[in-house]
Design a protein around this ligand. Structure first.
Ligand SMILES: Cc1ncc(COP(=O)(O)O)c(C=O)c1O
Length: 396
């Protein structure tokens, strides 16, 4: 039977990592995958995570199944991280949060629940959006449409065009928004722009579906949640998919959360029962290790501080790399102004290079970036800055 299945090309981002691993050039640089690296190019285990792992080994007494929604303590702590303390939707008992296998798991489970509520519902996604949003959400059966977002010519959000499209979205459709650190552009909505998006969603009955994969990597843990907290305080229904892969460095543990704001408490109970029936049919229970570590860290004042301090250093390091890259590129040439890179947030920026130039960077300099010329700034180090900048200028 499987002879019917043709060989597929490698995933564009994961394929880059494979090609990078095979490259024998000692100068090679991986700016493809969105993984944080420190100044020696290593993705570290965060100190609070390492400490929590020790505690967990001492404390864990069983490997019996966790509850279907995951650890209640972890869910309560994640909810606080997402919504902040005393959020009105949480206080009104309209919010339900479950643990998921990473942010991808949260996105897919959300799509499955939307399908149950309204088969073939329409979800509007930004142009561009994270490439994996399309199969993750579309393969569940949602009908995907697009709204304009990033303008490659000005290296910024085309907000008037975005808003104009949002205003035309039919009542009851959903809109996918990136909470912060937009992937792939790095261009984020300002607070004022979030206010306007909330106005349109409220006036036109649009349901926001917020993907928050980088809380703490933009401006800060609280600041990065501004938009979703606003939406959750003003609208009857909001969906939030969260990943803890980046901000806890728990990539391989597959830690994430899916949170729904429902119209009232009774709908929240009904929705939650459906949610658990969706996950039961997909994977039964979520992975436990990453969530257990988050539970430990967020319920221990010292570990929470250790974690958020390290996250601050990571955020500041990326912001510093952005500034250094701009200085370096703008010093080496005058034909293009790269200042926009320093105004963006999170891991990604578009360099604005053609596919040809991107391929040249790979074949002649062993610098790996996606064909769209998206770079993961977090993959740079001070040592590689000069090499990377000169290579970019050489291919311009
Ligand atoms: C925008 C966005 N959403 C979701 C995810 C999924 O994260 P996870 O690795 O936790 O599944 C990512 C990961 O890169 C992402 O960039």
């Amino acid at each position: 039977m499987f002879e019917t299945l043709p060989l597929l090309p490698a995933d564009p981002i994961l394929g880059l990592s494979i090609a990078y691993a095979k490259d024998t050039n000692p100068l090679k640089v991986d700016l493809g995958v969105g993984v944080y690296k420190n100044d020696v190019g290593v993705t570290p285990i965060m100190a609070a995570v390492a400490a929590a792992e020790k505690l967990r080994i001492q404390q864990e007494t069983t490997k019996a199944y966790t509850p279907p929604a995951g650890y209640p303590g972890a869910n309560e702590a994640c909810q606080k991280l997402i919504y902040g303390a005393g959020h009105p939707a949480v206080e009104a008992n309209r919010v339900r949060t479950i643990q998921t296998p990473g942010g991808c798991g949260a996105l897919r489970v959300a799509a499955e629940l939307i399908q149950r509520a309204k088969r073939g519902a329409t979800l509007w996604v930004s142009v561009p959006t994270w490439a994996n949003h399309i199969p993750l959400l579309g393969n569940a059966g949602l009908s995907l449409k697009e709204y304009p977002y990033y303008d490659y010519a000005t290296h910024s959000i085309n907000f008037p065009a975005m808003l104009a499209t949002l205003k035309e979205i039919p009542r009851g459709d959903l809109v996918l928004l990136h909470a912060c650190c937009h992937n792939p552009s790095g261009a984020d909505l300002s607070c004022e722009q979030w206010n306007q998006v909330a106005d349109v969603c409220e006036a036109n009955g649009i349901i926001p579906f917020v993907d928050m994969a980088y809380q703490g990597f933009g401006e800060g843990l609280e600041e990065d949640a501004y938009g979703l907290r606003l939406l959750a305080s003003r609208l009857p229904e909001v969906i939030i998919a969260t990943s803890f892969s980046k901000n806890f460095g728990l990539y391989r543990e597959r830690a994430g959360a899916l949170s729904f704001v429902f119209a009232d408490e009774a709908q929240a109970d009904a929705g939650n029962s459906q949610l658990l029936s969706v996950t039961r049919a997909l994977y039964s229970m979520p992975p436990s290790h990453g969530a257990a570590l988050i539970d430990l860290i967020l319920h221990n004042g010292e570990l929470t501080k250790l974690w958020s301090d390290e996250l601050t250093l990571m955020r500041e390091r990326i912001a510093g790399l952005r500034v250094q890259l701009v200085q370096s590129l703008n010093q080496l040439q005058k034909q293009r102004d790269f200042s926009f890179i320093a105004n963006e947030r999170g891991m990604f920026s578009f360099l604005g290079l053609s596919v040809e130039k991107v391929h040249k960077l790979k074949s002649e300099y062993s610098i790996y970036i996606t064909d769209t010329s998206r770079i993961s700034v977090a993959g740079l180090t001070a040592e590689k800055m000069d090499y990377v900048s000169k290579a970019i200028v050489a291919v311009l």
